[in-house]
Ligand binder design. Structure first.
Ligand code: FA5
Length: 342
């Protein structure tokens, strides 16, 4: 038995020295030291030896086991070192190679269309005024004639914050109040661009985050005619001199009268197509004369001052201009889309 153990140790160690990979090492461990391995079998059979032989064979068997385990650890260490040297060698980086050039950036399509809109309105004497995206319920709704119980709140599904009465604005119209309070009693002519948020299903035409551009003009003799003139000029500057614009009766709690502004469809020239749902017209903005109560909330006397306001979606305008079928492309950051407008 002792001889058998000696033989086993010699064979095992000489096999071990020949191994060159961790997989082979693992196979060796299973073959000798595993549950059904050769050494384990010997250890198990000790019980059948005569009692006087057992201690000696037992001791020797344990010594062999320790020797094999030590040799295994040593070999594993050596193989690991070899492996990491090989990896370092193979994955060597040439840090002296020139880097990949970073291309120049470009403006996002929304920014481009916003800048076109700014250029047209500033030419007509409007200033560009930025107002906060995080708003109070009071500015976003209440001072715009939308009290908490008003059914018009259903038109704007809202992201509320954890702070009572604070929300992400659902439209740029609360900026009207900020502009009025900033300039009252002076006349105002401003556009108020910025992001808006609505807690609604995202579709090809509706995002949960989008830009709006609000327009506001307040003065002593501002009329619906001014609104029509300003907006028609805007549409023609942006989409071409032969554009037609029409005003359709609508309802907003903060304007009276209210209108939707439509433009003849640039895709089919007004003949009717899928984009204009075969009507020949596409809606580009909500608008109206500022409601007397809203003027009052802004500090102006509605007996003396009047004003017009409008609110449009620049992404929808860019979609028309560039024939983009899905609004989700704007903010999904796919360079294949964005690069087309570089
Ligand atoms: C408003 O938000 C009014 N505040 C507009 C207004 C201002 C009326 C001043 C009168 C006076 P409306 O919900 O229709 O209205 O939105 C205006 C424009 O924002 C739409 O025509 C559309 O272009 C854009 N818009 C609205 N919801 C979305 C959306 N989910 N995704 C992308 N654009 C949107």
């Amino acid at each position: 038995m002792l001889e058998q153990l000696d033989q086993l140790k010699e064979t095992a160690l000489s096999e071990l020295r020949e191994l060159s990979s961790m997989e082979a090492l693992n196979r060796w461990r299973v073959a000798y030291l595993g549950r059904k391995g050769s050494l384990t079998n010997v250890l198990r059979s000790i019980g059948q030896l005569p009692a006087e032989e057992r201690p000696l064979v037992g001791q020797e068997a344990n010594r062999v086991k320790l020797a094999l385990e030590e040799a295994l650890d040593e070999m594993a260490g050596a193989l690991k070192r070899e492996e990491s040297v090989r990896l370092l060698e193979e994955e060597r980086l040439d840090v002296t190679l020139p880097g990949r050039p970073v291309g120049p950036g470009w403006l996002h399509l929304s920014t481009q269309i916003l800048r076109e809109i700014y250029a047209i309105f500033t030419e007509m004497g409007f200033q560009v005024l930025e107002t906060p995206e995080v708003e109070s319920d009071i500015n976003n709704f209440q001072l715009l004639n939308i009290p908490p119980y008003h059914p018009a709140r259903d038109m704007w599904s809202t992201f509320y914050t954890t702070r009572e009465g604070v929300l992400l604005r659902t439209h740029t119209s609360p900026g009207q109040l900020r502009a009025m309070r900033m300039y009252c009693p002076e006349p105002v002519r401003a556009i108020l661009p910025g992001k808006c948020y609505r807690y609604e299903a995202v579709t090809a035409r509706a995002e949960f985050m989008f830009y709006q551009v609000e327009g506001l003009a307040i003065g002593r003799h501002v009329t619906m005619g001014d609104l029509k003139g300003v907006f028609t000029n805007f549409a023609r500057k942006l989409f071409g001199a032969d554009r037609r614009v029409r005003f359709r009766c609508s309802y907003f709690p903060f304007t009276e009268p209210s209108a939707e502004i439509d433009m003849d469809c640039i895709i089919c020239g007004g003949k009717g197509c899928r984009v204009c749902k075969h009507t020949g017209w596409v809606e580009i903005s909500g608008a109206g004369m500022v409601h007397p109560q809203v003027l009052r909330n802004g500090g102006y006397d509605p007996e003396v001052y009047t004003g017009f306001a409008f609110g449009m979606g620049p992404e929808r305008i860019a979609m028309l201009k560039h024939r983009i079928e899905d609004i989700r492309y704007f903010f999904s950051n796919d360079l294949r889309f964005l690069r087309q407008f570089a």
